[in-house]
Design a protein around this ligand. Structure first.
Ligand SMILES: [Zn+2]
Length: 348
């Protein structure tokens, strides 16, 4: 069967909108609602929320035996207020793993308990070149030396507390989304790019009045960046899971921004050989441009499922993302290839 067409233009618009919705791990409700709204109009899909706030969608297939799941994560890197400092600025505690220099100078939003937000910037505590000279370069970017400068008139702990800031308030980083010549540049393409891949693979089938070959669960997880995303929520009965997450681009890697990638091994071990080989055959059959790669510092929701005791064949695919967990970039070619691969999987 030929692949039903994927609406790449609409997929990019959806991705751009999703990227603009803050969703640091633990504070993902708006992104969950956005994806739910995109899938709600389709009566074939049954949508549920798991107890920890992830989205589980059930999609009956032509066959109800050998059920499957596709998963991607909606949560992103971010931070929490660790401490209100005596100078009125904020010390941070990281959500997810990233180097502080990758967010230095970035704009950020603080979500207060009263529902309001404040804006600020992430800086080192010795930022001014005219005051600190060489120390600007020498200062180690760590928890103690990074701070948030709030856009409020405060130079004391009391004034910042007065503005409503509390320890534990969530902080999101500005995504700075831009699309130029097919390149999508933004923070948090990991893993919102792949959420869009799944949503638009599903839409491609539904628009063509197709059902998946097997009953398929879609699991949009909300705690991946801290490791336990898909450790619960995917029904235990599934035979196989395709985890959809970004491919790691860099020196020595085969992955790039124009291809989708099959990851056969990451730092937590190999993925399922037979299922991975089936994905290779599907890619060849439908002429989908893909690479095969190993990611040296990486874990996925597929592994979260396995390490929690899940029993299924798991493989990992996704578009190549440059500068992951920093200011990321991919290309529409990789996004289209990934969506097509998922479509091919769903109808076979
Ligand atoms: Zn990811």
């Amino acid at each position: 069967m030929p692949l039903p067409p994927v609406d790449l233009k609409e997929q990019l618009t959806f991705l751009e909108q999703l990227l603009q919705i803050p969703s640091p791990t633990g504070y993902t409700h708006d992104a969950v609602a956005f994806v739910e709204n995109a899938l709600k109009p389709y009566t074939d899909l049954t949508i549920e929320h798991t107890k920890k706030g992830a989205l589980l969608v059930t999609w009956p297939g032509m066959r109800s035996d050998h059920p499957r799941a596709l998963t991607a994560h909606l949560d992103t890197l971010g931070a929490m207020v660790k401490e209100v400092k005596s100078n009125g600025r904020l010390k941070l505690s990281q959500l997810g793993g990233y180097a502080w220099n990758s967010v230095e100078g970035e704009g950020c939003t603080i979500y207060l308990q009263n529902g309001e937000t404040l804006r600020g910037s992430i800086l080192i505590n010795k930022s001014s070149a005219h005051v600190y000279g060489e120390d600007v370069e020498k200062t180690k970017r760590d928890d103690d030396n990074m701070e948030v400068r709030l856009d409020i008139k405060s130079s004391s702990k009391e004034e910042t507390l007065q503005a409503g800031v509390l320890v534990g308030d969530y902080i999101s980083f500005d995504p700075r989304v831009e699309i130029n010549n097919g390149f999508v540049r933004s923070r948090h393409l990991d893993d919102k790019a792949c959420v869009a891949n799944i949503v638009y693979a599903v839409k491609a089938l539904l628009a063509a009045n197709l059902q998946p070959a097997y009953t398929t669960y879609l699991y949009f997880s909300n705690f991946e960046e801290v490791g336990h995303g898909a450790s619960s929520g995917i029904p235990a009965e599934v035979d196989e899971i395709i985890a959809v997450d970004m491919a790691a681009v860099g020196e020595g890697q085969t992955s790039d921004e124009f291809n989708t990638t099959l990851c056969v091994k990451d730092s937590r071990g190999p993925y399922h050989h037979d299922l991975s080989n089936r994905m290779r055959r599907l890619a060849s059959q439908y002429e989908i441009p893909y690479k095969v790669d190993i990611y040296p510092h990486y874990g996925s929701d597929g592994e979260a499922f396995l390490f929690a005791g899940g029993d299924a064949a798991v493989c990992l695919i996704g578009p190549g993302v440059d500068a992951s967990h920093s200011y990321e970039r991919t290309h529409a070619d990789a996004l289209l290839a990934t969506t097509k691969w998922l479509v091919a999987y769903l109808i076979n």
